[in-house]
Design a protein. Structure first.
Length: 104
């Protein structure tokens, strides 16, 4: 639980500022760890939804794969999506991810 540095009020988990005085209270920097990359953002969004239902906050980062390798002109520019989760939930998230990928 966090306490406002100005007025000592309790700050809700998801809040970025103090509800009492408005003091900016950035969330604790949690180290985010990447999970196994997913072939598209669509999968990543699905996994994110499941993880968030379990209370694991996550962020998706997508890399544009360079089209420079597709010299035949037919390959579209693809994306690779990587989900980042808090380090302490990493193992749990990987397990969920693997279970989901088994069903895709
Ligand atoms: Zn405050």
């Amino acid at each position: 639980m966090r306490i406002c540095s100005r007025c000592r009020a309790e700050i809700p988990q998801q809040a970025d500022r103090c509800p009492e005085c408005g003091q900016a209270c950035p969330r604790e920097k949690v180290k985010m760890t990447p999970l196994h990359p997913l072939p598209s953002r669509m999968y990543a969004e699905m996994v994110k939804e499941v993880l968030e239902k379990r209370g694991i906050s996550c962020i998706i980062k997508t890399d544009l794969l360079s089209s420079a390798f597709g010299s035949d002109g037919t390959s579209a520019v693809g994306t690779r999506a990587v989900i980042y989760v808090p380090e302490d939930r990493c193992q749990e998230s990987e397990e969920i991810l693997h279970q989901m990928l088994d069903h895709i």
